[in-house]
Write a protein of this length. Structure first.
Length: 583
C-alpha cells in the first residue's frame, strides 16, 4: 500500500474554490430571498459540496483522508438538517437526558471535578497520540545536525551542518539523551515529552486567565492538527520553546496581577534564557512580551522596580556568554542573530507573513482551530475597551500573539512550526470567545453542541494520529534505504561521502559529508587512505542530473559501484560509488 498525498495546486485548487463558492452563493441567495436561514438548505448545500470535493480528490488519485474539509462540512450539514428537523431535534432532546442523569450542571459550566476529569482524559489522549508517532520516520535534516553535534562532543565524530547560526542548547540536550541511550527513538521520546509539557503550560496559562475550559479545548484541538502531529515527535526546538515562552507569560501576568503564590519575576528571566539557547528566535518573542507587558502594566511598574531590576540583571548574566562568543567570532554581539536571520532563507521582507496567510487555515493550525482563532481575534477587537479581568487577559495574549507573529514573519521565512506559540495563544482566545457565545444558546442547543464537539475532537485526534502514523510508517522505507547506504560506507577509518543527505548519512555512517556543489569545486580531492563515496538516490532531494553526475564521476576514478534497491519510489533506488583521485 502506498500513501498518496496530492498537493492542492492548479486545477484542483480552482475546483475546490468553485465548489465551495457556489455553495456559499446558493445559501446566501436563499437567505436573502426568504430573509431567514433554513438549516435544512444549509445542510443539503454542505453535503453536496462535500460530495463534490470528495469526487474531485478521488478522480485525481488523492487520499480522501488528507483533506478533512469536505468530511467536516458533510457532518455539519447533516447535523444542521437534524437540528432543523422537528423530529430530529426531539430525538436529540430525548438523547440528552442521559447527560442529565450524569450531571445536573450545564455542559458549558462544568464543576472543577468535571473539568479536571475532562482535562486528564484530554491530556491522556494527546499523550497517547504523540507517543504513537515517536518511531518510524528517520531523523530529518535539522534533527540530524543537532544529534551529530551532540555525538561530536561525546565521541569526537564529524559534526556535519552545525554552523554559528545553530543554537547550542539543542545539541546540549541531545548529548544528555544520547549519553543515556544512543538511539533516535530516545531523541524522539524526549521531544515528545517536551511537546506535551508545552501543551500543559498552555493549560496552566488558561487557569490563571479564568479560561480553564477553553484551555482544555485548545490543547485537544491543537494536538489533533496535522502541524502538531507532524512535528511533536521530531527533535526540534519550536514546541519546547513555545512552552517556555508561555511559562514566561504565566510568570509575568501572575506577578503583576498580584496572584497568590505567584513566582518571582526572575523565573521569567531564567525561562527566557533557556528558550534563547534552544532557539535564538525566542529573543523576538521575549521582546514582544516585554513591550506588551510594559504597556499593559505601565501603572504598576514603579511598584516592582526592584523585581524588574533583578530579573533584567539575571537575563543579561544568562545571555552574556553568547554575547561574548558572538563578539569574538563575528565582531558584533548581535552577529550570530543576524547570521541566523540571513541563513533562514527569507526571499524578501515579509516573506513569512505572506506564507502564513497562504497557509491559513488548514496548513497553519488545522481547519477547526484556525476558524476558532479567527473568531477569537474578532471577539477581542469588539471588546477592546472593556475592563473585565478576562477581557484584559484575552487582549494581553492576543497582542503578544499577533505582534510576535508579525515580527517572526518579517524577519525570517515562514514555516508552520515557527508560529506554534502564536497558534496556541490565539486558540485559547478563540475557544474563550466560542464558549462565551455558546452560553447564550438555548439549553438543548448547548447540549447538542457539547456532544457534537466532543465527538468531533475525538474523531479529529484519532484520524489525525492514524494519518500521521501512516505517513511515518511509509517513511520507514526512506529510512531503510538511508541506513543501507550508511552501512555500506561505514567503517573504522575516517571517510567522506558526497550526498544531498549530508547530516543524515553522517549520523548513520560516521563519515564526514559534503554536498554535490562542494564536490564540483576543483579544490575537492579524495584524501589518500581515506575512503570517499558518492551516494545518489533515484527520487531524492537535490540530486544531480545525468549529465552533471557523469561529469562529476569523470573527474575521479570509480573503484566500486553498489546499487541498493528500494521497496517504494518515495526515495527510489540508491547507488553508492567509491571514488579515488585520478592523480
Amino acid at each position: 500500500m502506498r500513501f498518496a498525498r496530492t498537493a492542492v495546486v492548479g486545477q484542483e485548487r480552482v475546483a475546490f474554490y468553485a465548489i465551495w463558492g457556489l455553495v456559499g452563493v446558493i445559501v446566501a441567495l436563499h437567505g436573502l430571498r426568504t430573509r431567514t436561514i433554513n438549516t435544512g438548505w444549509i445542510g443539503v448545500g454542505l453535503v453536496i459540496g462535500a460530495a463534490a470535493q470528495l469526487a474531485v480528490i478521488v478522480a485525481r488519485g488523492g487520499s480522501p483522508t488528507v483533506y478533512s474539509l469536505g468530511t467536516s462540512a458533510a457532518m455539519v450539514g447533516i447535523a444542521a438538517w437534524v437540528v432543523g428537523s422537528t423530529r430530529g431535534a426531539s430525538s436529540i432532546t430525548r438523547g440528552t437526558r442521559l447527560f442529565e442523569r450524569i450531571s445536573k450542571d450545564p455542559p458549558w459550566c462544568p464543576t472543577n471535578a468535571q473539568l479536571r476529569t475532562a482535562a486528564y482524559i484530554g491530556f491522556i489522549a494527546a499523550a497517547v497520540g504523540t507517543f504513537v508517532l515517536v518511531s518510524g520516520a528517520p531523523l530529518g535534516h535539522d534533527e540530524s545536525v543537532y544529534a551529530l553535534k551532540a555525538r561530536a562532543w561525546l565521541e569526537g565524530t564529524p559534526a556535519t551542518g552545525f554552523g554559528l547560526h545553530r543554537p547550542v542548547g539543542m545539541p546540549a540536550v541531545a548529548a544528555v539523551i544520547l549519553w543515556i541511550s544512543d538511539s533516535t527513538t530516545a531523541l524522539r521520546l524526549g521531544a515528545a515529552i517536551t511537546a506535551l509539557l508545552s501543551l500543559f503550560a498552555l493549560w496552566r496559562l488558561s487557569l490563571i486567565g479564568g479560561r480553564s475550559t477553553a484551555g482544555m479545548l485548545t490543547v485537544v484541538s491543537f494536538a489533533a492538527s496535522q502541524p502538531y502531529l507532524r512535528r511533536a515527535p521530531e527533535f526540534l526546538n519550536d514546541l519546547v520553546t513555545s512552552g517556555l515562552m508561555i511559562g514566561v507569560i504565566i510568570v509575568v501576568w501572575s506577578h503583576f496581577e498580584g496572584r497568590y503564590r505567584a513566582l518571582p519575576l526572575w523565573v521569567a528571566s531564567a525561562l527566557t534564557t533557556v528558550a534563547f539557547y534552544l532557539r535564538y528566535g525566542s529573543a523576538l518573542i521575549f521582546i514582544v512580551i516585554a513591550i506588551v507587558s510594559a504597556a499593559t502594566f505601565r501603572r504598576r511598574l514603579k511598584q516592582h522596580v526592584r523585581a524588574i531590576s533583578v530579573a533584567t540583571a539575571l537575563l543579561f548574566v544568562g545571555i552574556a556568554p553568547h554575547l561574548v562568543y558572538a563578539q569574538k567570532t563575528t565582531g558584533s554581539i548581535l552577529g550570530i542573530l543576524a547570521k541566523s536571520s540571513e541563513i533562514a532563507g527569507r526571499a524578501y521582507l515579509g516573506d513569512g507573513l505572506v506564507r502564513y496567510a497562504y497557509w491559513f487555515p488548514a496548513k497553519l493550525a488545522g481547519t477547526m482551530l484556525a476558524v476558532v482563532m479567527l473568531i477569537g481575534v474578532i471577539s477581542v477587537v469588539r471588546r477592546w475597551h472593556t475592563r473585565t479581568p478576562t477581557d484584559r487577559f484575552d487582549r494581553y495574549i492576543t497582542l503578544i500573539a499577533l505582534l510576535s507573529a508579525t515580527a517572526v514573519g518579517l524577519t525570517i521565512h515562514g514555516e508552520q512550526r515557527y508560529v506554534f506559540f502564536n497558534v496556541l495563544l490565539l486558540g485559547l482566545v478563540g475557544w474563550s470567545a466560542v464558549l462565551t457565545i455558546a452560553r447564550q444558546w438555548p439549553d438543548t442547543t448547548r447540549r447538542v453542541a457539547t456532544w457534537g464537539l466532543t465527538l468531533t475532537l475525538a474523531f479529529s485526534l484519532g484520524s489525525g494520529v492514524f494519518e500521521a502514523r501512516l505517513r511515518s510508517d511509509l517513511m520507514a522505507d526512506h529510512r531503510a534505504v538511508l541506513e543501507a547506504v550508511g552501512d555500506t560506507i561505514a567503517g573504522d577509518r575516517p571517510c567522506t561521502v558526497v550526498t544531498s543527505y549530508s547530516p543524515q548519512l553522517t549520523w548513520m555512517s560516521g563519515c564526514a559529508a559534503v554536498s554535490f556543489a562542494t564536490a564540483t569545486l576543483s579544490s575537492f580531492r579524495p584524501q589518500p587512505g581515506e575512503p570517499t563515496y558518492l551516494a545518489t538516490f533515484e527520487n531524492g532531494k537535490r540530486q544531480p542530473g545525468e549529465k552533471d553526475l557523469a561529469a562529476l564521476l569523470e573527474r575521479f576514478r570509480v573503484v566500486t559501484v553498489e546499487p541498493i534497491e528500494s521497496l517504494t519510489d518515495r526515495i527510489g533506488d540508491a547507488v553508492v560509488y567509491q571514488i579515488e583521485d585520478k592523480q
